[in-house]
Design a protein around this ligand. Structure first.
Ligand code: HXC
Length: 271
């Protein structure tokens, strides 16, 4: 499908790339923009030919937050009755791995959107923050919860109470992002009208690697890691072991282990 506010492409046969495309507003997340993002991701998630997904913005902004102009006159009754922002949870229900490639501003809801992804890669220009306190509110898309689980209480308090920005390297030190991808080996790759930044290229390559593994195992792997945030350790370990055991019912387990024994590459069939 075509979307007004996102671009969807297939940089690799099994990788869907969803790019936020509301540049004049620095990818501020209006309701319509956010619906396009979730619709495009849900569509890719349901597509059998897709093994992993990448979400990115522009060089200047991953996303500068929820659309302040759109929400400034909202009443409590409206926000509460219509369960404002509840639909953000859709992204956390996707089954295939989702990588965020962040350049520029990832602020407020933009930071929270990145935190909902499974892996975050950042370019050196990435700037994160939870600045809601400066406009009279607090994080509403998981910033106080997901960020706190990653960076700990003191840093989460500091970041959410001051609203200050933190850069790609702080984010890397704290484990908010997997790593910073600096464009050392060849700034931008130009190909006709298409240009792809180093961080997006790295994310697409990583997604292609993930997509090359057995699909059933990849989905199970994402599910058990996410379960570690929801379950006590004993339950999480039991859940992991049960899913591990169940993978012995798959063709890909037989194929993967046979390929190792026969010293050849596995031919996974996602079954
Ligand atoms: C609506 C926004 C916007 C936003 C930028 N714009 N951020 N519009 N909502 N969050 C628009 C500006 O109005 C402006 O439009 C254009 O984008 C360019 O922005 P400038 O401010 O002119 O650019 P610059 O001076 O480079 O500053 C960039 C910036 C600043 C530092 C990112 O725009 C900024 O502070 N934005 C707000 C960031 C923020 O507070 N985000 C959190 C929102 S609350 P015009 O038409 O004037 O050119 C939130 C709650 C989340 O996210 C709850 C859970 C989802």
């Amino acid at each position: 499908a075509n979307y007004a506010h996102v671009l969807v492409s297939r940089p690799q046969p099994a990788v869907a790339l969803v790019q936020l495309n509301r540049p004049k507003a620095l990818n501020a997340l209006s309701a319509a923009h956010f619906k396009d993002i979730t619709d495009a991701l849900v569509e890719a998630d349901a597509d059998d030919s897709v093994g992993a997904m990448v979400l990115t913005g522009s060089d200047k902004a991953f996303a500068a937050g929820a659309d302040i102009l759109e929400m400034k006159d909202k009443t409590f009754a409206d926000a509460f009755t219509n369960n404002f922002l509840a639909n953000w949870e859709i992204i956390t229900k996707l089954r295939k791995p989702l990588i965020a490639a962040v350049s520029g501003y990832a602020l407020g809801g933009g930071c929270e959107l990145a935190l909902m992804c499974d892996i975050i890669l950042a370019s050196p220009t990435a700037r994160f923050s939870q600045p809601e306190i400066s406009i009279g509110v607090i994080p509403g898309g998981g910033g106080s919860q997901r960020l706190t689980r990653i960076v700990g209480k003191s840093r989460a308090m500091e970041l959410c109470l001051t609203g200050r920005m933190f850069d790609a390297y702080e984010a890397e030190r704290w484990g908010v992002v997997s790593r910073v991808v600096d464009g050392a080996d060849g700034a931008k790759k130009e190909g006709g009208t298409e240009s792809i930044s180093p961080v997006v290229k790295e994310a697409v390559d990583m997604a292609a690697t993930i997509a090359s593994k057995g699909r059933v195992a990849a989905i199970a792997c994402k599910e058990v890691i996410n379960a570690s945030f929801e379950m006590p350790l004993t339950e999480g370990l039991r859940y992991e072991r049960r899913l591990f055991q169940s993978l012995f019912a798959t063709h890909d387990q037989k194929e993967g282990m046979a390929a190792f024994a026969e010293k050849r590459k596995p031919n996974f069939t996602n079954s």
